[in-house]
Design a protein around this ligand. Structure first.
Ligand code: SAM
Length: 272
């Protein structure tokens, strides 16, 4: 990788979160732990110098990869010249139409595996969820603190609406700790690889749209309690559910378990 970066006089761009993974063992470990097989379509976000892409191609049926920085084109082309199961789209992943891009592929499992550009970790994860891609697994390298947020426990300051959504859809675990020295250039933070495996519907949500809206609205203003964040809801019903848990409307969203959001939304749905 180093030689090609020099050959094409590549300049790392901070604004694109370009910290390339140089440790082969970690790259191999990510792919191995992802359990990709030859029926898997892998979406990769942020190809960089194709270090991870090369390993993904070896295990997957197909790899569909996104890269925003066109100056990487010649390097990626050369690195992947003998791979026939990869397509690289040089566009901003956040503006892409992934559903359309994957239409032509046949596969039995859809995974997202990526060493994410950290400046847009949350928008990328939100897009994967909001686009309804029906992914079976997400394996992403993220900044250590963000990894903590994904699996944050109720009541902690990291717990927010994204935590609730992610834990609603996935079983989440941290699988590899990665030192900042495994990257070139080295970032200011350590990293962690997080695995999110789609779960069988654990929660009995009757109206998903209402559930998602309720969770989003509950966390709208972090410092406000439910009474203030949920002004336009039927507060009597919410109060009734909360009282079962010795809570009242002065509680903040960060103190509620997913199950409690589910119960509130199901009760609200009954009277709609
Ligand atoms: N996968 C490579 C690796 O592991 O070495 C590169 C990882 S680097 C942390 C993130 C990559 O994402 C960079 O190559 C960067 O140019 C790319 N990137 C940044 N913003 C992007 C976006 N909006 N859409 C697609 N790629 C993006």
């Amino acid at each position: 990788m180093g030689n090609l970066l020099e050959k094409y006089d590549f300049k790392f761009k901070k604004k694109f979160g370009q910290n390339f993974l140089k440790d082969k063992n970690i790259l191999q470990n990510i792919v191995q732990k992802s359990e990709i097989d030859n029926d898997t379509l892998v979406i990769e976000i942020g190809v960089g110098a194709a270090a991870l892409t090369k390993f993904l191609c070896k295990s997957a049926k197909n790899v569909l990869a996104y890269e925003i920085d066109e100056t990487l084109k010649p390097i990626i082309k050369e690195e992947l010249k003998d791979k026939d199961n990869v397509e690289v789209l040089f566009i901003d992943f956040l503006k892409s139409n992934v559903k359309k891009d994957i239409e032509k592929y046949s596969y039995s499992k859809l995974y997202v595996v990526a060493n994410l550009p950290y400046y847009i970790t949350t928008p990328i994860i939100e897009k994967i969820i909001n686009d309804n891609l029906d992914v079976d697994k997400i394996v992403v390298m993220v900044q250590k603190e963000v990894g903590d947020r994904f699996s944050a426990k109720v009541g902690s300051k990291e717990y927010n609406s994204l935590t609730v959504f992610l834990n609603y859809y996935f079983d989440i675990k941290k699988i590899i700790n990665v030192s900042r020295n495994s990257f070139v250039p080295a970032p200011n933070v350590d990293s962690v690889v997080v695995e999110m495996k789609k779960t069988k519907n654990k929660y009995n949500v009757i109206n998903e749209e209402l559930f998602f809206k309720l969770v989003r609205d509950s966390f709208k203003y972090k410092r406000k309690n439910l009474k203030n964040n949920l002004k336009e809801y039927n507060l009597e019903i919410i109060k009734e559910v909360l009282s079962k848990y010795n809570l009242d409307l002065n509680v903040r969203a960060e103190s509620l378990e997913i199950e409690q959001f589910v119960e509130i939304s199901n009760k609200l749905n009954e009277v709609m």
